[in-house]
Design a protein around this ligand. Structure first.
Ligand code: GDP
Ligand code: MG
Length: 748
């Protein structure tokens, strides 16, 4: 016996067409065996018979009747089936349970409908009475839940025998029909009860037999207890009837075969005729009317039949709408899985690629992503619709939405990752393009237009992003929009622009600072050099008067410094404005420039007052005063000269330079220059990054603990004392030399 029922249907589609299987099903398939077990190979059988892809284009017939009334024989003649038939000698029951076979005479010139499935139901009257009724009822339920046409096979001599076994069977059918279909009266399918009267002698015309049967059926119907509200219902509300009489097979074999052949032509499709209901009395009318069809798609039939039988055999309330919903759920899930295979084939490699790229830290824009996503999505939804839309509408709609959201969540992830890759690469490209253009501009030396570069690169970047995004829009997917992402992208471009502009500002600041440095280097150097000549300027100083170059050294330094920086500030401002720097940014830039310039000046001064330099200058200054007269004429020392007096005067004069050079102060106020006021308060928009590379300035940066006085101290007191000693030694040397030359000059 077949193993435990398997609900998987995939095998049914996977062509089970081995010859071994064909032979196995030569006699059809035993759908229900004598132990009332359902055969889980039904699906395999239907696949083998190529019924699975038929959709609704198939038909089901069941045959009922007492045992050994020639049912199987008739089916075999009609449909070319090979149901087991009792041999003339043995005379024992052959058909057990319910057998099914596909019409083998399809395609013959009788014009039969496609895919007719015939169920041969075990005859009942040979069994124990109690068991009889149980199986009879169960098989009637099963047949009604699935079949369009119920053939009732009776001997002519049984007609009119109201108490006969056939009436028991029909009573069961009627009761079961009410039980099954009244719940959902709107969708109640009708069924055709097709009476086949066997061994018709011909003495009683078919019309008479028919009338007798109809009378009996109505009588029977009236005795059935009907559910509330349906007391007045008529038998015709649920059943159509057709009748045919066949000659005796043994006595009139040729006539029998002729009539069977004629009967076969009726198993074709007909159309609904609203005027014709209740009785199909014309001998040639087709039997397959649309309203009989149970509307179970062929690929779901085996699951449905199994579910129905399971309910029946366990004596559960057989609720067909529920069965159909369960079937729809099962099949829709199965179809989802099937259609996802093709979807996965297309989409998974893309997901893998994105994952790999992300892991490698270089998300890439997949070129044909949009085309693949669109194709995959429309294909899977179409495939699902094709296969699943035949099932229960509500379930189908729900399952379709489920599938769509499953598919969309994956596509959306692809979509968004691609957008973020486009975002990332776009920002990078933009930044590179701007830097590249700036570099070229710098190389050319011309004053490039930074704002213009940024503007045009930004426009290009936005266009590229829009094109990248548009290329992956998924048709019909409401989530595939990119407005928000575009806004974010634009925002980041702005941030990058402002970062690049800051860099540009830094570059500009560096350039301007360099300019300040070189200017100060030269001009301040010149001022200090003047100290070397003790006279300074062109005018010789009055006696005892300090030369202008010495007295107002710091005033001139300060003036040169402030003028230079002012000049630099103007340059900086003009240039910064040209690339749309904000007033705040310019303000910060200028503030930094002043501070840095001060640092430059301070370093220059330090350089000038370095021990070696300053000693040299003091010496020069002293020699200038000592060795030249007021007219600038070199002295030739004579012993009579007051060498000592001149020496002392010149030395004292030069010595006063030491304290002068030690403090940066203006001559008018004798106070340090107003550096703090000149630099000004830090602008409100200064950021920590702006301050990072700044050196603290005493008297300006309060928390430095260094006063302006200290900032302006160029030579410490100790250093001054040291300098004094060293200078005096040098001066002494010059004096001794002078003295010597005076004596030497006399001896010459
Ligand atoms: P089933 O049990 O209803 O399926 O009956 P079978 O088809 O197995 O046939 C039972 C017996 O009836 C067999 O011996 C057949 O040869 C015989 N038989 C078949 N058709 C006819 C018929 O039309 N008339 C008569 N009298 N016997 C038939
Ligand atoms: Mg039989």
């Amino acid at each position: 016996h077949p193993s435990a029922p398997s609900l998987m249907m995939n095998a049914h589609f996977a062509g089970v067409g081995q010859d071994a299987s064909r032979e196995e099903y030569e006699h059809g398939i035993q759908v229900i065996d004598e132990d009332k077990l359902f055969n889980s190979n039904l699906g395999t059988y239907l696949a083998l018979e190529k019924v699975i892809p038929a959709g609704f284009n198939y038909h089901l017939i069941s045959v009922f009747g007492s045992q050994s009334t020639g049912k199987s024989t008739l089916l075999n003649y009609l449909f070319g089936t090979q149901f087991g038939v009792m041999s003339e000698q043995e005379r024992r029951q052959t058909t057990k349970g319910i057998w099914m076979s596909k019409n083998k005479r399809e395609g013959s010139d009788r014009g039969m409908a496609d895919n007719i499935l015939v169920m041969d139901v075990e005859g009942t009257d040979g069994r124990e009475r109690g068991e009889d009724q149980d199986f009879e009822r169960k098989s009637a339920l099963f047949a009604l839940a699935t079949s369009e046409v119920l053939i009732v096979n009776i001997w002519e001599h049984q007609v009119g025998l109201y108490q006969g076994a056939n009436m028991g069977l029909l009573k069961t059918v009627f009761e079961v029909n009410l039980q099954l279909f009244v719940k959902d009266s709107k969708t109640t399918p009708r069924s055709l009860l097709f009476f086949v009267i066997r061994d018709h002698l011909g003495t009683t015309p078919l019309a008479n037999l028919q009338n007798t049967l109809i009378a009996d059926l109505n009588k029977l119907w009236s005795t059935i207890s009907k559910p509330k509200g349906l007391e007045q219902s008529r038998i015709e509300d649920y059943f159509d009837f057709a009748f045919v009489a066949l000659p005796h097979k043994i006595l009139q074999p040729e006539k029998f075969e002729q009539e069977v052949e004629k009967l076969g032509t009726r198993f074709r499709e007909g159309y609904n005729d609203p005027k014709k209901s209740g009785l199909i009395d014309e001998a040639s009318l087709p039997v397959f009317l649309p309203q009989y069809h149970r509307r179970i798609p062929a690929d779901g039939f085996s699951v449905y039949a199994e579910g129905v039988w399971d309910q029946i055999v366990n004596n559960k309330d057989l609720d067909l709408p529920t069965q159909q919903e369960l079937l729809a759920q099962f099949r829709c899930d199965e179809i989802s899985r099937e259609v996802l295979v093709a979807f996965d084939e297309k989409v998974t490699p893309l997901e893998d690629r994105q994952a790999r790229d992300a892991q490698a830290g270089k998300p890439s824009v997949i070129p044909d992503l949009g085309a693949v996503m669109n194709a995959a999505r429309s294909q899977i939804l179409k495939d699902f619709e094709t296969n699943a839309s035949r099932y229960h509408k509500g379930v189908y709609t729900r399952k379709r939405a489920e599938l769509e959201s499953k598919v969309d969540s994956r596509l959306k992830a692809l979509f968004q990752k691609q957008l973020s890759a486009a975002h990332k690469s776009g920002v990078e490209a933009f930044s590179d393009a701007v830097s590249g253009a700036v570099k070229i501009g710098q190389k050319k030396g011309a004053s490039y237009d930074f704002a213009q570069i940024v503007e045009s690169e930004k426009e290009k970047a936005l266009e590229k992003f829009a094109a990248d995004a548009q290329a992956i829009v998924v048709e019909g997917a409401s989530w595939s929009t990119y407005q928000q992402e575009t806004n974010l992208y634009k925002k980041e471009l702005d941030e990058v622009s402002s970062r690049l502009r800051k860099e540009e500002m830094r570059r500009l600041a560096t350039r301007v600072e360099r300019w300040v440095r070189s200017r100060l280097d030269e001009s301040i150097g010149l001022e200090f050099n003047k100290l070397g000549s003790g006279r300074g300027g062109s005018r010789a100083p009055e006696h005892g008067e300090r030369p202008a170059s010495e007295k107002d050294l710091w005033d001139r330094v300060w003036a040169i410094f402030t003028e230079t920086v002012q000049d630099a500030e103007r340059r900086f401002t003009d240039r910064a404005r040209s690339f749309d720097a904000s007033p705040e940014e310019v303000e910060v830039g200028l503030w930094r420039l002043r501070r840095k310039s001060w640092g430059v000046l301070r370093a220059k001064i330090d350089e000038e007052v370095m021990e070696g330099n300053i000693l040299l200058k003091l010496r020069e200054n002293f020699e200038d005063k000592f060795r030249y007269d007021e007219h600038g004429v070199p002295r030739i020392w004579r012993p009579t000269d007051d060498i000592e007096g001149l020496y002392t005067k010149a030395r004292e004069s030069t010595i006063t330079l030491i304290p002068l050079l030690s403090r940066f102060k203006l001559s008018k106020t004798s106070a340090p220059p107003p550096l703090d006021a000149w630099i000004g308060e830090a602008p409100a928009s200064v950021s920590p990054a702006d301050e990072e590379d700044l050196t603290p300035i005493g008297g300006v940066d309060d928390d430095e603990g260094k006063s302006l006085e200290e900032e302006m101290t160029t030579i410490s007191d100790a250093k001054q004392a040291d300098l004094l000693i060293r200078f005096k030694k040098t001066a002494d040397g010059v004096y001794v030399e002078a003295k010597r030359s005076a004596i030497g000059g006399m001896t010459q």
